[in-house]
Write a protein that binds this ligand. Structure first.
Ligand code: SR1
Ligand code: MG
Length: 397
């Protein structure tokens, strides 16, 4: 596919004016490049009264360059997935106004009154509804794209429509390969070298990570966001929006649930090393564990309600099957939380919850906690029966 990167601001404005009717006064429109992600270009087009976002994909990874080519089909997948999620969980995703295949770009609602969740967590913002919102988003989007809801033909067509090999390959490598060996793409804080070396020698950990990887690659349960880290979530006091589902594909529900729980636990791991008052840090750690509990209890309640109301299959709706499915999803989520924590600590794509701790020795203390927690979550996932057991595990490390 040829690619037509916007050459200048005028082209971006023209793209918005031609394909939407959002602006009547076009004289004062201006463009800001606001993307801080690893992969794409994101622009805000505004006249100070109104604004929209244009997202454009390039045929390679933005932070790496042309040496890491990437399929442009990901932008179709992202726009389509946002629309699908919007059907079931409209409150939690931006509206997509227009998608243009030739431009590899789409136009969507500006959620600029929200803040990136990672920044909000680092700033210790009170977000009492966070867990409930995430639990509702996950239950609605995962249930309605699974065999609990779709018929045979709808489900198989959806799996085919979301085949996303380039983006899955990134995850297969960055989550499940690099961090478990001394890979050149890894980035290890020098005082953490010894702990990383020990992790690379841990055969039991590698076996359990392999099981999770295999499950990720082969269990097409539902349409996943598939990159549900704290940078893909935007928040304000009473609202939550989930963006950036370009990694979307059909995989195990636990991967999404575990990824976002992993990000809350990464912030937990970094808290003591970050700036601020010790009592506030401890209180925020409690808040994070409460939000994990809220996320999971909301997910379970909403998922079960949806099965009762909408699942037509007599065996999938059997209560004992649903209970067993949910219990196994929790265990696997703990494992995927562990893989997310480990790859963000010693892999390629680090996060500010740990990296913004300036002193490398103080940072290494938080990073060691993260590695120990990640390893325990992977190896002991079948023993972690509930958020309460998770809390006890976290406190024991
Ligand atoms: C090269 S891409 C690195 C990471 O950024 C994305 O948001 C995904 O999390 C990916 O693993
Ligand atoms: Mg992203």
């Amino acid at each position: 596919m040829t690619h037509a990167k916007f050459a200048n601001d005028a082209e971006i404005i023209e793209f918005v004016l031609t394909n939407t009717e959002l602006f009547t006064d076009t004289s004062a429109l201006r463009v800001e490049e606001i993307g801080d992600g690893n992969i794409n270009f994101v622009y805000r087009i505004t006249n100070d009264q109104k604004s929209v976002i244009v997202k454009q994909a390039l045929p390679y990874v933005r932070i790496i360059g042309e040496g890491w080519p990437l399929s442009l089909d990901r932008i179709r997948i992202e726009a389509q997935c946002l629309k699908e999620e919007g059907t079931w969980a409209a409150e939690y995703v931006p509206v997509v106004y227009y998608f243009d295949q030739a431009r590899s770009a789409f136009i969507m609602e500006d959620i600029g009154d929200h803040e990136n969740l990672r920044h909000a967590l680092i700033a210790r913002r009170p977000l009492p509804e966070l867990g409930r919102h995430l639990g509702e988003f996950l239950a609605e989007s995962l249930f309605h794209t699974s065999d609990f809801y779709l018929d045979t033909y709808q489900k198989k067509a959806a799996v085919a429509d979301y085949i996303n090999p380039d983006l899955c390959k990134i995850t297969e490598e960055l989550f499940f390969w690099d961090p478990f060996c001394d890979h050149e793409r890894n980035s290890v804080n020098p005082p953490l070298q010894e702990a990383a070396q020990a992790l690379w020698q841990d055969d039991l950990l590698k076996v359990e990570a392999a099981k999770l990887k295999y499950h990720f690659m082969n269990d097409a349960q539902a349409l996943l966001h598939a990159d549900l880290h704290a940078g893909s979530v935007f928040v304000k006091a009473d609202g939550t929006k989930v963006i950036d589902p370009e990694f979307a594909f059909y995989g195990p529900m636990s991967f999404d649930i575990g990824s976002i729980i992993g990000n809350l636990l990464i912030n937990f791991s970094g808290q003591l090393g970050l700036e601020g008052d010790l009592d506030e840090k401890q209180a925020y750690r409690e808040f994070l564990l409460t939000q994990i509990d809220n996320l999971w209890s909301t997910f379970v309640m909403r998922f079960k309600a949806l099965v009762s109301k909408k699942c037509k299959d007599p065996v999938f709706s059997a209560a004992a099957f649903v209970d067993a499915f949910i219990a196994q999803t929790w265990h696997e989520s703990m494992g995927y939380a562990g893989t997310e924590i480990i790859r963000r600590t010693i892999g390629l794509a680090h996060v500010a919850d740990l990296d913004s701790i300036e002193d490398i020795n103080t940072r290494a203390v938080s990073e060691k906690f993260a590695l120990d927690l990640g390893s325990a979550l992977i190896k002991q996932r079948q023993d972690i029966k509930s958020p309460q057991v998770l809390k006890a595990l976290v406190q024991a490390i």
